[in-house]
Design a binder for this molecule. Structure first.
Ligand code: DX5
Ligand code: ZN
Length: 222
């Protein structure tokens, strides 16, 4: 039997106190987070507006955590260089926003970042399959993107299982990330379906003790 794949817990800065970002990033690093998930929203692709590369650059100086930037924007190609320069280590773009996805993914990797593709809940596995050999990770949205604190959509786990089956024969290094509604009561089913990296906004930043919240997620995933 192969060794179990390691879990990563990725607190989403979207649910942090934006007036104290450096402090919040430092706190989740001390609490045992693996990456800091940074939700970039443009008010067009999703109905919310958050932050851009200058804040990522400030976060990179403030935390030792790798920065995992999730671009929920209509034209991500114009931002790739700026996010690389700002210190993003992982960068995901939405399949629904990229007409030249292969070129976009190549550019992300050429800039030295790990390349991920994110899928909205309604987007099918078959649309993703041609790009999978070129990715470091897939981000499966388990809520409709735009806001923290929404309810987990369990039907997306069929897609996680399809990706997990695909990677076993084609690209075992591919990581599967899930984003939206992850908490102790939903993480176990996601883990069983094949998820490696778990984004958690409210479940971490909404808790009184970040270390206890991250430990609770890890334990519930087993
Ligand atoms: C939603 C974002 C998520 C969000 C998750 O569009 O991509 O990263 O912050 O928040 P929770 O864990 O509260 O659902
Ligand atoms: Zn996200």
């Amino acid at each position: 039997m192969s060794a179990p794949r390691p879990i990563a817990i990725c607190p989403s800065i979207l649910s942090a106190d934006f007036a104290r970002l450096a402090e919040e990033a430092t706190a989740v690093a001390a609490a045992g987070a693996d990456f800091l998930h940074v939700d970039v929203m443009d008010g067009h692709f999703v109905p919310n507006l958050t932050l851009g590369a200058p804040i990522v650059s400030s976060l990179a100086a403030a935390t030792p955590l790798p920065l995992d930037c999730h671009l929920m924007v209509t034209n991500p190609d114009t931002l790739l260089d700026a996010f690389a320069a700002a210190g993003a280590q992982k960068l995901s773009v939405h399949i629904e926003a990229c007409p030249h996805l292969h070129r976009t993914v190549q550019r992300i990797r050429a800039l030295g970042m790990e390349a991920g593709v994110a899928l909205n809940p309604h987007t099918a596995f078959c649309q993703l399959e041609p790009i999978l050999p070129h990715l470091d990770f897939v981000l499966v949205m388990s809520v409709n993107p735009g806001f923290g604190g929404q309810s987990f959509i369990p039907g997306v786990l069929d897609k996680v299982r399809a990706i997990d089956v695909w990677r076993k024969t084609h690209n075992p290094a591919l990581k599967i990330q899930i984003d939206g509604g992850i908490k102790p009561s939903t993480i176990r089913a996601a883990r069983a379906a094949g998820v490696d990296w778990f984004v958690a906004g409210n479940a971490v930043f909404g808790a009184p003790d970040y270390a206890k919240a991250i430990t609770a997620l890890r334990e519930a995933a087993q």
